[in-house]
Design a protein around this ligand. Structure first.
Ligand SMILES: [Zn+2]
Length: 590
């Protein structure tokens, strides 16, 4: 964390006019400065900066605040990110509390990135490889593509420039093995990966010497978390906010080529699936999402999982599946940009006959036939990648199986969404909508009520007859938030679990491999940490309430015992209602 004093010092030192004018052009107007507002379109300047008050205000759209607020708004950054940006702009050295991530001297990353870029220019094989893929010199510069040569070259470079090798290790540039130090990237084209603020945090690398792993990324470091990053976001940000659309692909080269062809709102996941950790970043722009995935089995599966995640988080957009092993890069390279454009502008499910397109929705003058992610997920549940039903639609017992899957999925959505797509689901399996239930359990906060039963039967699966969604969500949270694991486990006790006590005990004993039944339930809504905290506190509250009721009714207990338990229960209740956890407490211990 950036230290408080450091922030205060920075604030003292900066001048709002300097900061704002490093982003937009200001004109002096009396005691103030004026400009056309960057936050709403206008021709006559109503955006005013007051050097005396050190604030800005727009009389057109009422956006206003101090220099930090301006950078947050203009660059779409969080508070600490904006502070860091301003510090960088003004050459201010921030100080950090508690030896945290930012203490890492990331200038090594920048230096190594430069080094890789220079390497590329003198390596004909690597350059030729990029040119043969259709990448231009402009794109190489824009994405700062480089080349990592031999392990020794990189290590010598670090040594010759007196870089701290331990720091280089911590930043994932080198590592040490039984034969001493070695570079993480060897004979690979390098793609630097940035935070949205423009801070370099790691690399992706593609082999050009036929190494087994075609792509590798920096290892997880204090800065580099591949499950939360999107390649190219720093460059695409502006275009995403403007077009209100984002194209998510699976490859670095796809992103480079898409940008080259004018799709400057393209990004890629870092060789991983789209995860719940990407959601906050995606929420920022409120953009429609177009998933551009491979049309093979693995690509469809990935698109399905991503669709579920996006549907549960209320994103709209669609899926484009590229057929015959073609990826977006191929289209651009072969000059089939128009074809690509029409594909991306009309995302649909597959060539092979999934349900027909939705009616076009007109947005900003562009015909954009949307297919909601819910529809894609429902299609996938019902039909395989070749468009064939996954079951015999004429056999009721098989239809029932699919129905259960559909209901499980719909019940994880917001009730309004679930209702909306009930008809579509019914149509898919040729059933009257009234037979489709969309509220199987409490998975969405909106439909939560104490009286609602959480358990439901999964017919036709003799093993694991019953599941309890709340219990599963509690367990999933422990897996999803490993750094909070200890606190959560201290708050829980196996007596709190009815149906999934066994799984809880596996978790407690670290038998993660036995928990696939929990992990595999991807149809359930992925909770953010905050949502999870609420869910967990409610779960605990319910448990303690029940314990308290049992104690109150217990005739074997004395009045004194009961009144102690009452006092204790009130304290616990207050804590949990305030969304604070507490170590497991046995009300009966007295
Ligand atoms: Zn304005």
């Amino acid at each position: 964390m950036i230290s408080k004093t450091s922030i205060d010092n920075l604030k003292n030192q900066i001048d709002i006019v300097d900061i704002v004018s490093s982003f937009i052009e200001l004109k002096k107007s009396g005691a103030n400065f004026k400009a056309c507002c960057p936050f709403h379109g206008e021709d006559t300047p109503s955006f005013t900066v007051s050097p005396a008050k050190q604030i800005y205000h727009c009389f057109g759209c009422s956006n206003g605040g101090d220099a930090i607020k301006f950078v947050m708004e203009y660059e779409k950054l969080t508070y600490p990110e904006a502070i860091e940006k301003i510090a960088a702009l003004t050459n201010f050295n921030l100080e950090y509390d508690n030896n945290d991530s930012q203490v890492l001297n990331t200038s090594i990353l920048d230096a190594v990135n430069n080094y890789y870029q220079n390497n590329l220019l003198s390596n004909q094989i690597a350059l030729q490889y990029l040119y043969s893929r259709g990448i231009t010199k402009e794109s190489i510069d824009k994405f700062q593509i480089g080349y990592a040569s031999s392990s020794n070259d990189t290590i010598n470079y670090l040594k010759n420039n007196f870089f701290d090798l331990n720091m280089a290790k911590e930043l994932g540039i080198i590592d040490s093995g039984s034969n001493g130090l070695y570079a993480r990237f060897i004979e690979r084209i390098t793609f630097p990966i940035f935070l949205q603020s423009g801070k370099l945090v790691g690399f992706g690398g593609r082999t050009i010497s036929g190494h087994n792993a075609k792509y590798v990324n920096s290892p997880a470091t204090k800065l580099f978390n591949k499950s939360a990053l999107l390649f190219g976001y720093n460059l695409a940000k502006e275009s995403i906010f403007q077009s209100k659309e984002i194209i998510i692909t699976e490859g670095y080269l796809d992103v480079v080529m898409l940008h080259q062809a004018g799709f400057t709102n393209s990004v890629a996941t870092l060789g991983t699936a789209l995860t719940s950790q990407h959601i906050p970043l995606l929420k920022k722009s409120d953009a429609k999402i177009i998933l551009g995935y491979d049309g093979d089995k693995a690509g469809m599966e990935a698109a399905y999982k991503a669709s579920i995640l996006l549907a549960q988080n209320n994103f709209v957009g669609g899926v484009v599946l590229f057929q015959n092993g073609q990826d977006p890069a191929d289209y651009v390279k072969e000059g089939r940009v128009d074809e690509l454009k029409s594909l991306l502008l009309s995302p649909k499910t597959s060539e092979s006959g999934f349900a027909e397109q939705k009616v076009s929705v007109k947005t900003n003058g562009v015909q954009f036939p949307r297919k909601y992610f819910v529809e894609f997920a429902l299609d996938y549940i019902v039909k395989d990648n070749l468009g064939n039903y996954r079951f015999d639609i004429n056999r009721p017992e098989e239809k029932q199986k699919i129905l259960v899957k559909i209901e499980e999925f719909l019940s994880t959505l917001k009730p309004v969404m679930a209702e909306e797509f009930k008809g579509y689901a019914a149509h898919l399996i040729n059933l009257h909508p009234k037979y489709i239930k969309t509220t199987l359990g409490v998975s969405s906060k909106a439909q939560k009520s104490d009286t609602q039963k959480n358990n439901y039967k999964t017919p036709n699966t003799p093993q694991n007859q019953m599941i309890d969604i709340t219990e599963i969500l509690i367990l999933q949270g422990i897996l999803n938030y490993p750094d909070k694991k200890d606190i959560i486990l201290t708050a829980l006790d196996s007596s709190m679990f009815d149906l999934h006590r066994e799984e809880f005990e596996y978790l407690l004993n670290g038998n993660i491999e036995k928990l696939t039944s929990i992990i595999a339930r991807t149809e359930l809504q992925t909770l953010t940490l905050k949502e999870y905290q609420i869910q967990l506190c409610d779960f605990l509250l319910k448990y303690y309430k029940k314990q308290f009721e049992l104690i109150s009714k217990d005739k074997t207990l004395t009045f004194k015992e009961k009144s102690t338990a009452t006092k204790e229960f009130r304290i616990i209740e207050q804590r949990l209602k305030g969304r604070n956890l507490l170590p497991f407490f046995n009300l009966r211990k007295n």
